[in-house]
Structure formats: C-alpha cells, structure tokens
Design a protein around this ligand. Structure first.
Ligand code: NAP
Length: 359
C-alpha cells in the first residue's frame, strides 16, 4: 500500500481561515456527530476527546475499570480527565462487553481509536493494537458507524517490530472494511522527546545514540495532533487516506534537541554518546535468555524498540531513494518542542511517561 500524503488544511483554531466544512469561525463542525472513542484515557486520547468536544461533537468513551499508567485511574478519576464526555466502563477486548457496556444498542456515526498497547510487547500489541480494534470496529459497524479515524504511527511504514506489524494488520483490516477511514500516522510526540529534561536540569549530560545525528523527527504536540484527528471527521480531503503528519517547523535531530535544551537553561551543551552496538549486545543477550524465560523475551522486544527509535527517523520514508524525507513529511499545528521544554523547565507543564521510554 502506498500512503497518499495529505497537505493539512489551515485551521481557524490556529488563527487561519475557517474551512468550508465549519459552521463558524470558532472551529465547530458544520455537522456535529455522535462519536465513540476508544483509548480515551491515553495521552492522545484525552487531547482528542477535548478536540472533538471543542468541535461540537457528542463524545462517548469506553474506559476500563482501572485505566491510566499502572491502572492508577478509577472511573471517577477517568471522568475528571475527560470533562464533557460520557464515560462507559467495559472491556474493549471483549465483543460482548463492547456491545453491552459500550455501544448499548445505540446509534453512532464515527469511531475514533487512540487505543494502543501500553507495553509494546508482542502479545499485548496483538491483543490491543490488532484484536481489540478488530472487535471494536465490528461493534461500531453494528451500531451504524460509517466512518473511522485511527491513530497509528509513522514508523509502521518500515515495520520491524511486533507492534508495528499488529498496527499494520489492523490498518489493512480497516481499509478492507469498506467504511470511510482516515489513518493518521504521526511522528514523535513531545512526551517521547522529553525524558531527559529532568536529568539535564539536574546538571547531567544529554545522552545521545551515536553522534546524535542518526535520526530526525518533526515533533508534534498532543493538542495539534488531536486537532488534526478531530478534523478528519469533517474534512473530505482526509477521507480514505493514510496520513503521515508532523508538527510545525523543520525536522530536528536528537543533538539539536539537546542543544536547544541547554540554550533554554543558559548552559553550554554537554553530551554523552552511547554506542548503538550496546543495544545490539543487550538485544542479543536478552534474546538468547528469552528462549528460556519468556519475561526476558519481552525485555528483548523492548530493547529492539529502543534500537529502532535510536536508528530510524520519524519522517516519511522514500522507498525509491532508500532514505527519510523531511520535506515529504507534512506539518500541522503551531506548538514547538522548544516552547514545551521551556514550559516543562518552568514547571508549567508535565509529562506522563509510559513503558516506551528509552532514557
Ligand atoms: N510516542 C510517540 O512518540 C508516538 C509517535 C507516533 C505514534 N505513536 C502512536 O500513538 C499511539 C498511542 O499513543 P499514546 O501515547 O496516546 O498512548 P497511551 O498514552 O499509552 O494510551 C493508550 C490507550 O490505550 C488504552 N489501552 C491500552 N491497553 C489497553 C487494554 N488492555 N484495555 C483497554 N484499553 C487499553 C489505554 O487505556 P488505559 O488508560 O486503560 O491503560 C489508553 O487509553 C500508539 O499507537 C503509538 O504507536 C506514538
């Protein structure tokens, strides 16, 4: 499948002209829809619910009884994170629960999925990124849904990892379903690029794989991505497309991210280089031990995920040239990683880190 690249439309929320499919200049959709959201308690899911509500849609979310990182959220705590949305508690991995607790025999127009394995281990990825989404799609179709907006990832264009294969299998299932779809494949999120802010603030060096120029990405904020996802419902040019998307501005390398961070702190840059070969050794050792102890096989997969992000750019891949192409990676929104890091340093923003952190 060759992804069709969408050029993002201007958004009134970002100070530009309202689009034809908007009711007004306030960013509200001309045609409010009933939207069912799965993965609403995740980083992007929360932002997507906010964006959908801002656009005037009715939003119903299916959440599990213990949600959030480490199952820290009760249903009441989840409800506080998603003000304005209707919450239903159930199991997205169970067809009966999806119908009984989620859709409840009601009609819906759109399914928005920000569901994703929190661990990235092969079993969890196939259970959640593939099987649960297949079940949710079927339940949604039974409820009258004709349109699906899927949060995927740009890295599935060059699949090497179990979670990428699981995501691709669901993307194909969705495309083959005959429903109207928008498959959104973003580049790196701010939270994935902010793990070192605290250690650098405490005076430690910024860690780099190789010389810190092996990869690049166009960081995208939660809210800019969420706005992009929400507009997929109304924007005809985003229908039946696979949509790679990055944040505003030029692509930046990890070294440039480190330099920006030290500049914000008013200190000279200090880096420590970590050889990629170290990850290869860890992967080889855990892979061997994993043949005996399954828990170590999962750790080997996590090390493979780390190696992937240390060596592959989160930009559109040009198969003809065999290289990543920053210019071919569309941009949207207005939030920059530099501003976000400034807010983190001033204590005006926080990040929720899951199990994918490399540093
Ligand atoms: N991090 C990056 O830089 C990056 C870049 C591009 C694309 N992406 C992609 O973006 C996607 C999600 O990002 P995110 O950071 O928003 O994810 P996240 O914060 O980890 O949220 C995952 C969501 O899926 C739900 N979920 C996971 N396992 C579940 C289970 N067993 N049962 C029910 N619900 C479950 C979580 O619910 P609970 O709260 O109940 O756990 C949560 O709502 C992933 O597909 C990732 O590949 C990430």
């Amino acid at each position: 499948m060759t992804p069709a690249v969408d050029t993002p439309r201007a958004s009134s929320a970002h100070g530009l002209e309202p689009s034809a499919y908007e009711a007004d200049g306030e960013g509200r959709a001309a045609l409010p829809r009933r939207v069912f959201v799965i993965g609403a308690t995740g980083t992007i899911g929360r932002a997507a619910v906010r964006a959908l509500l801002r656009r005037g849609h009715e939003v119903v979310c299916l959440v599990r009884p213990r949600a959030g990182v480490g199952g820290a959220l009760t249903p009441e705590a989840s409800a506080q994170l998603l003000p304005g949305a209707t919450l239903r508690v159930g199991d997205v991995g169970d067809a009966a629960s999806l119908a009984r607790d989620g859709f409840r025999g009601e009609r819906f127009d759109v399914l928005v999925s920000c569901l994703a394995s929190r661990t990235g281990t092969p079993k969890d990825a196939w259970d959640i990124d593939h099987r649960a989404q297949v079940l949710a799609l079927e339940a949604a179709r039974q409820a009258g849904v004709t349109q699906v907006v899927l949060l995927s990832a740009i890295c599935v264009q060059k699949p090497r990892l179990a979670f990428q294969h699981a995501k691709l299998a669901f993307e194909k299932h969705l495309i083959d379903s005959g429903l109207t779809y928008s498959i959104v494949r973003p580049t790196a999120f701010f939270k994935s690029l902010s793990g070192q802010v605290d250690r650098v603030k405490r005076g430690k060096p910024f860690l780099l794989f190789g010389d810190g120029r092996l990869t690049a990405c166009k960081p995208i904020s939660d809210d800019d991505l969420a706005e992009y996802l929400a507009r997929c419902i109304d924007d005809p040019s985003r229908r039946n497309r696979v949509l790679p998307i990055g944040g505003p501005g030029q692509a930046i390398t990890p070294r440039q991210q480190g330099e920006q961070l030290f500049a914000l702190l008013g200190r000279p840059p200090r880096f420590r280089q970590v050889p990629v070969a170290l990850l290869d050794t860890i992967i080889a050792v855990l892979g061997l031990l994993g043949r005996v102890l399954p828990s170590l096989a999962d750790k080997a997969e996590l090390a493979r995920i780390g190696r992937y992000y240390a060596t592959e750019s989160m930009l559109a891949w040009d198969p003809a040239r065999g290289s990543y192409d920053a210019a071919a990676t569309p941009s949207t929104g207005h939030d920059t990683l530099l501003d976000f890091h400034g807010r983190l340093l001033r204590g005006e923003a926080t990040i929720e880190r899951g199990d994918h952190a490399v540093f």
